[in-house]
Design a protein around this ligand. Structure first.
Ligand code: SAM
Ligand code: CA
Length: 249
């Protein structure tokens, strides 16, 4: 009964996961819905709920971070006491807001995206939540910004946490640079490393065009991260898969 009510409620709030288009890779939809209804939605901060609902109405909502992953990131940032962070790939800002709410008042997020318009869709909610002062948004491709930062030795090893959720064909290029920008003991999170489950699909399996295009890049990234002696890793099946990398040398 409670579940039926909660389901009805969440349908009204445009929050059933199938409807926001971001499907967990968990084999049972019922279990995923159970996680959302039991542990995620009841604890989701109001501004995040508001931003999730705004984003659900946007045509590209498939790109958003799911609510359970947002909760995971939020907790992770608190567990590692993150203060200076970076995000590559903002979209409307769900993971950004989850980060901003987790950081102390003097925490910082360098946030990059080639599209400012989508960021501005979520910005009023971020402002209302009182955390906009933590965000330094840069419009444009991330790679040149990283290269510029690397020229400054003071930036080396300066980030506690970096979330990468952008162009998958550049993840290895990002990794080459981020490994020097994250501090030893700091964490880089690469998102979508299970890439819609396509990493285990036979090459001739039917796939959406964009899934097929990025698939080989994600597979190469996963191999490279697993073989990289500079990091400890854990690939976690939350959302579309996130690989956490802790820099050790
Ligand atoms: N983290 C976001 C969230 O929680 O909603 C989702 C990010 S979405 C999956 C990917 C984003 O990466 C898009 O907004 C896209 O504009 C951005 N992007 C694509 N190529 C990029 C690049 N070269 N540099 C920076 N951002 C890029
Ligand atoms: Ca993602």
């Amino acid at each position: 009964m409670a579940t039926v009510e909660a389901t009805k409620d969440s349908t009204q709030q445009v929050s059933r996961h199938q409807e926001v288009g971001h499907k967990s890779l968990l084999q049972s939809d019922a279990l995923y819905q159970y996680i959302l209804e039991t542990s995620v939605y009841p604890r989701e901060p109001e501004p995040m709920r508001e931003l999730r609902e705004i984003t659900a109405k946007h045509p590209w909502n498939l790109m958003t971070t799911s609510a359970d992953e947002g909760q995971f990131l939020h907790l992770l940032l608190k567990l590692i006491n993150a203060k200076n962070t970076m995000e590559i790939g903002v979209y409307t800002g769900y993971s950004l807001l989850s980060t901003a709410l987790a950081l102390p008042d003097d925490g910082k997020i360098l946030a990059m995206d080639i599209n400012r318009e989508n960021y501005e869709l979520g910005l009023p909610v971020i402002q209302k939540a009182g955390v906009a002062h933590k965000i330094d948004f840069r419009e444009g491709p991330a790679l040149p910004v990283l290269d510029q930062m690397l020229e400054n030795k003071e930036m080396h090893g300066s980030f506690d946490f970096i979330f990468v959720d952008a162009d998958k064909d550049n993840y290895l290029n990002y990794h080459k640079r981020l490994i020097d920008l994250v501090k030893i003991g700091g964490v880089i999170g690469y998102d979508n490393t299970l890439w819609n489950g396509s990493v285990v699909a036979p090459p001739d399996a039917p796939m959406r065009k964009y899934v097929r295009y990025y698939r080989d890049f994600v597979i190469e990234l996963n191999k490279a991260l697993a073989a990289d002696p500079r990091i400890e890793i854990s690939q976690i099946p939350v959302g579309d898969g996130i690989t956490l990398c802790r820099r050790i040398i």
